[in-house]
Ligand binder design. Structure first.
Ligand code: GTP
Ligand code: MG
Ligand code: ZN
Length: 312
């Protein structure tokens, strides 16, 4: 029997990891392996899934639709052989979380044409998250929504989902729309119902997304004052929110666990205290995804701000 694969995509910060973490905790989810792809070298998302499990694989520092496509097929193969050798617990489904910029077409192409992937896996669903607050943003998010079987409209507590849902119905009338607040969706809403047409569409192999968008990672060696940092981040996103598309990080604020911070375009989401650090490294790490800025600029700006803040 082939193992079902779910492709979970959606634009930067639209709520993929939030949804996946809730699903994995759902009693009806079943045994699941997860492949998380992140652009930055400091991968954060897999720590947020709140599970310690060898069935969680990180594809970091690149994008699974372009630079890491071969790696996706390799990881799928590897999960299978480790499962067959009994090295990891069994699983009945694999969920792949893409980067927020990914073009789903070449990923689908890989899943449907790679000999091993085709033989052992079947594409069960393409689930795409769309943020009610920011809507569809640019070419990448339109493509992600267009190939979805299920569209999950997120952040309905922050914005009226109706306008984006109208747009989605026009763009992809065949997909079912599910609304989610903080990822609260049951697996049934996503996976029950009609199966995909086995006469698959042919997907274009060539990834087309904005390759100027990059991930920069800052590691800070000193404890961070959240109030000052929050002001700096808010100012940065106000000034550069069209270039800095996504910020996420774990901050050492002197507590037992780190403070998880999230910025999506101009919005700084409320930070969240995590009970413990995911690994031995206790340094603050922040990932900035966007274009038109450099490490040095960000570092200079932050350290200038820190100096000013410590003089208050
Ligand atoms: N208020 C509210 N916040 C949400 C909701 N869903 C997600 N968020 C917040 O949005 C931010 C980004 O969520 P993630 O789940 O990390 O988004 P993502 O799509 O995985 O982000 P990337 O992997 O970086 O592209 C976090 O601060 C979440 O807490 C929601 O339904 N309501
Ligand atoms: Mg994520
Ligand atoms: Zn890509």
């Amino acid at each position: 029997m082939k193992t079902p694969v779910v492709l979970l995509t959606g634009y930067l910060g639209s709520g993929k990891t939030t949804l996946l973490a809730r699903l994995l905790a759902h009693p009806d989810m079943g045994e699941t392996a997860v492949i998380v792809n992140e652009l930055g070298e400091a991968a954060i998302d897999h720590h947020l899934l709140r599970r310690v499990d060898e069935r969680t694989v990180v594809l970091g520092n690149g994008c699974v639709c372009c630079t890491l496509r071969g790696d996706l097929a390799d990881e799928l193969r590897d999960l299978l052989s480790r499962r067959d050798r009994g090295e990891i617990p069994g699983f009945g489904r694999v969920v792949v979380e893409t980067t927020g910029l990914a073009d789903p077409a070449p990923i689908l192409y890989t899943l449907l044409t790679d000999p091993v992937a085709r033989h052992h896996f079947e594409l069960e669903r393409v689930v795409t998250t769309v943020d009610a607050q920011h809507g569809l943003r640019g070419e990448e998010s339109v493509k992600q929504a267009a190939v979805a079987d299920r569209l999950v409209v997120t952040k309905i507590d922050l914005a009226d989902p109706d306008p984006v849902e109208r747009e989605l119905r026009r763009l992809n009338p065949g997909a079912e729309i599910v609304e989610a607040e903080q990822g609260d969706v049951s697996p049934h809403e996503l996976f029950d119902g009609v199966e995909r047409d086995p006469r698959e569409l042919v997907y274009d192999e060539t990834p087309t997304h904005d390759h100027e968008v990059r991930a920069l990672c800052l590691t800070l060696h000193e404890q961070v004052d959240w109030t000052a940092f929050g002001i700096w981040l808010t100012m940065l996103l106000q000034a550069r929110g069209t270039d800095v598309l996504r910020v996420k990080g774990l901050l050492d604020v002197g507590a037992e666990g780190p403070l998880l911070i999230n910025g999506v375009q101009h919005v700084v989401h409320p930070p969240e205290h995590l009970p413990s650090w995911p690994d031995a490294d206790r340094r603050s790490r922040i990932v900035f995804i966007g274009r038109g800025f450099t490490d040095e600029e960000l570092e200079r700006s932050l350290s200038a701000f820190n100096r000013a803040a410590s003089a208050w």
